[in-house]
Structure formats: structure tokens, C-alpha cells
Design a protein around this ligand. Sequence first.
Ligand code: GLN
Length: 220
Amino acid sequence: MADTIRIAYLYEDLMNTYGDSGDVKILRYWLNREGHPVEVDNISLDAPFDASQYDFVFFGGGQDYEQTVVAKDLPRLKETLTDYIEAGKPMLAICGGYQLLGSYYMTSGGTKIPGLDILPLHTVFKADARMIGDTEFETEFGTVRAFENHSGRTYFDDPDKLQPLGKMVQGYGNNPDDGVEGMRYKNTFGSYSHGPLLRNENIARAIAKLILEQRATVTA
Ligand code: GLN
């Protein structure tokens, strides 16, 4: 049997909105089809975490309250996650998790939730619209359809470093101004897409392939 693939799900018990945990289940399905058993660890508050022990890291969406709780625990993850991301290992962060990869999220209540500050992006609230509804966007993997529901608007602070994940056809994506959805930096992806995102077979299979390629590089 092929090697076991190890997935770290950051704060699985707190960060999981609108079916985000389905992303991990779908990856498990595609990796199992390639003959790999998959182990998933919930890295919750205070749980020890060494990112280099994992083949994939997932960070789901969360409501503002859960994000506040998680933000207090995040600083201890910064160094190991930075090394992991810079090494080009694969990670997917959805909505609230995506926001927390950046420097901060300013909520509707005026609370500034500090993020990991690993990637140059920040998120702010503006009263005129909650971004909710079906989305469609074009990516390097093909068309993706999903669902968004967020009040935070994400902006890139260094657009030369981050690449948008997709170009909007329907919906808002990162914010109402830029016409783009999500972000890619090396093999780390951020997205506002629930539904879950990986019900889109094209992007699910692309990420499963990246996981296997990165693993081969590391163990070769
Ligand atoms: N609480 C954040 C917002 O409203 C993220 C929401 C989510 O993860 N679904 O923008």
C-alpha cells in the first residue's frame, strides 16, 4: 500500500462553516483513489503542532466570534506555518481562515482581530453589503462554482507577491472592487468559497496532485 498522507486541520472544532470540512473529506477520497491512506489531525487550541510533519494543512471558515478565540492561539503557529508555506508545501484556507493568514481583520463591531501576518493581505468591514450568494470564477484549473457569505473584504498589500485564485464571473470574491476571488502564493491557496470549494473536481484533483508531488519531492 502507498504511504499515508497526513493532513492537519487547524481548529477543526471551531473553524468549519457551510460544509468546509467537506474539503478535507473530498481530498481524502481522491488520495484514497491513488492508494494512499489519509490521517487527519485536529490541531485545536493549545495542541502541539509541527507543520513539517504534514503533507497538507487546511484552515476552514469561521464566524467573527470563533476567529477572535482562534486568533489568541495563533501566534505559536506562525513560525512553523511560515516555514511550511515558504517551502512550497500545499495549504488551503477558506474565508475566516484565509482572512487570518493576513495581518488583520477589522470586524463590523470594530474589533481588530490580528492574523498570522504571514501573507501581505488585510480584511476590513464596510457597512453597505454583506457578500452572500452563489459565485462563479475562472481559475488556472478551469471554472469554479461555489457559495460565499462574508462581511470582511480582503485586499492584497503586495499584489506582486500574491496572485488571485480566480477572476469573478458571478459574485464578489475578495471584495466588491477588484473582481477577483481568493489568492495563491506558492502552493498556498486562500478562497472565500464554501459549498465546499473542492466539490469542484478540477481544483480538488489539482490540489490532490500537488500534495502527492510535494510529498515525492520531500521524500525523494
Ligand atoms: N467572519 C468572517 C466574515 O464574516 C468570515 C466568515 C466565514 O468564514 N464564513 O467575513
